[in-house]
Design a protein around this ligand. Structure first.
Ligand code: DGY
Length: 330
């Protein structure tokens, strides 16, 4: 039997490619070139499956230009780059990579929130510039994390893991806002109280944003929302660029409307709004919340499990473990 052909859009671990080669003819991109849309379409010709990350846009027009494509398997949990209804309408299976990155991403979100509250980046830059000449009573005095009120916007798996760290590790009071309220048992375990969005913004000392990106969550936090927050509050975004209006946030940081921000994701990344680069009270990281080596390996392996199963091979043949539209294989 001829092996189907698949494409791996970005550089990945060598053993991931070996796993795919057991079943498929594999085209790789180990030089890690960021292909344009037209280049991606060209590389997809004749491919039955594609391994993507969270950055390749897969939409109706691309699918129509690649009629042999049967499976789009992403190593990211967020899938706002993939038009799932368009895939479903064309019988294309889509999978993402939930669960395997939850704890790693929550670790990072908590670390970023702590670095923001305790001004770690700002003070390191000061020290590296050679400006540390004496100890002072208020030198880089920030705000406490322990005992403070943690506001979680988006209480899915990662939001709950952040809340658990705050409640159980740091004695934080947890309030949250989400599309739907959590089960009472989970609220009790986390000591979490459900509140409206405005109340969340008004009451929290540290806001952590973990909502998925969609048309509905675009600029969920803009100038009006930032104006509700305490001047001592911090904002941490580990979700997606575009949920926060970066220009409005830079202005709120410049005018000290809020104390500080920690950002791992940006509108239009890898570009960063120039005004954010101008303000000192922001910790900036390049979309690395899930980037521990074991977790990135687990994410890539899960995408491969899905691709192998979606194209009818391996122990899960026909039952990709984390399919978003399993009905297309029914
Ligand atoms: C995810 O998995 O969605 C991370 O943001 C990496 O893209």
């Amino acid at each position: 039997m001829n092996k189907p052909a698949v494409l791996v859009c970005r550089a990945v671990f060598a053993d991931i490619i070996d796993r795919l080669r057991e079943h498929f003819i594999v085209e790789t991109n180990q030089p890690d070139v960021v292909w344009s849309r037209d280049e991606l379409i060209a590389h997809l010709q004749g491919k039955a499956g594609v391994f993507v990350t969270g950055t390749q846009p897969i939409d109706a027009a691309l699918l129509d230009a690649c009629p042999e494509l049967k499976a789009v398997c992403s190593m990211a949990v967020g899938y706002n780059n993939i038009d799932v209804p368009a895939c479903t309408a064309r019988g294309v299976l889509v999978s993402n990579a939930p669960d395997v990155l939850t704890e790693t991403t929550a670790d990072f979100g908590f670390a970023l929130m702590m670095a923001t509250a305790r001004r770690i980046s700002e003070s390191e830059h000061f020290l590296r510039r050679g400006e540390w000449t004496k100890w002072s009573v208020d030198l880089f005095a920030g705000s406490d994390v322990h005992g403070a009120t943690l506001g979680v916007l988006g209480m899915g798996r990662i939001g709950q893991a952040v809340a658990r760290r705050g409640a159980l590790g740091f004695g934080m009071k947890v309030i949250y806002h989400n599309r739907s309220r959590l089960d009472a048992a989970i609220e009790a375990e986390l000591g979490a109280r459900y509140v409206g969005k405005d109340e969340l913004l008004r009451e929290c000392d540290h806001l952590v944003i973990v909502v998925p990106y969609s048309a509905q969550s675009h600029h969920l936090i803009g100038a009006a929302e930032l104006a509700l927050m305490k001047p001592t509050a911090t904002l941490t975004n580990i979700a997606r660029g575009g949920i926060v209006d970066d220009a409005a946030l830079a202005e709120a940081l410049r005018t000290k409307q809020i104390a500080a921000a920690g950002l791992d994701v940006f509108e239009g990344e890898p570009q960063v709004h120039p005004a954010l680069l101008e303000v000192p009270n922001v910790v900036l990281t390049p979309h690395i919340a899930s980037a521990s080596l074991p977790t990135r390996r687990a994410m890539a392996n899960l995408a491969v499990d899905n691709l192998i199963a979606a194209l009818g091979f391996g122990p899960n043949k026909g039952r990709p473990p984390t399919a978003l539209n399993p009905q297309v294989l029914a």
